[in-house]
Ligand binder design. Sequence first.
Ligand code: HEC
Length: 179
Amino acid sequence: MLKKLFTLGTVVVLGSFPLYAGKFGNPDDVEFARTVWQAMTKASLVGEGAFVSQPYKGFPLHGIVLDTVEGEFSVANQEGILIIKRNYGGEKETKQVMENPAKYLKAVTIMFRKQPGYDPGNGDWFYVKYSPHGKVLKNPKGVSLAGRAGAPGVGGCIGCHIGAPGKGFVFRHDRYPKQ
Ligand code: HEC
């Protein structure tokens, strides 16, 4: 019986691993994600006292209500573009969220554009999904959502963002030319 269980475990692990092996959710990715969170907290972009931009109606996958802030950002001696999307839950109206954003915040998702060559086929974006308090969240397979998360045709962040208009992996606009 034990042997059978072990075999089953191996199959499950092998079955889900190759898609993601080493691509994201590694200890280095998680550590960098934590460093980004600390830098964002210092800059009042997340955490208590974070400033809020105008929330707008989103869609269920990210959040019913969203707000997005972005710009040049420096973290751990790396300069890049940072886009932060705060995802609010519940059947709430933007006005209610605006009045008490911390209460409705469900997750913080970010894209940070790293140096050219980090992930050249996919726009060099480093993705993270955090809890409202900065914990790096995991996908259903238990892999931390930090780094080159997902893949074309497979899903996850990259699998969906590859469909963004303009081929820049950013949905909202095409402001950032290819680097
Ligand atoms: C099923 C598709 C889908 C998946 C999966 C997805 N996103 Fe998005 N994402 C979108 C769409 C659509 C928008 C634009 C929404 C808006 O702001 O109106 C967006 C917007 C964003 C933005 C703001 C920049 C932009 O592209 O407009 C960030 C940051 C972001 N997503 C991060 C993530 C992260 C991190 C993950 C993975 C943990 C992820 N997304 C997974 C569809 C997806």
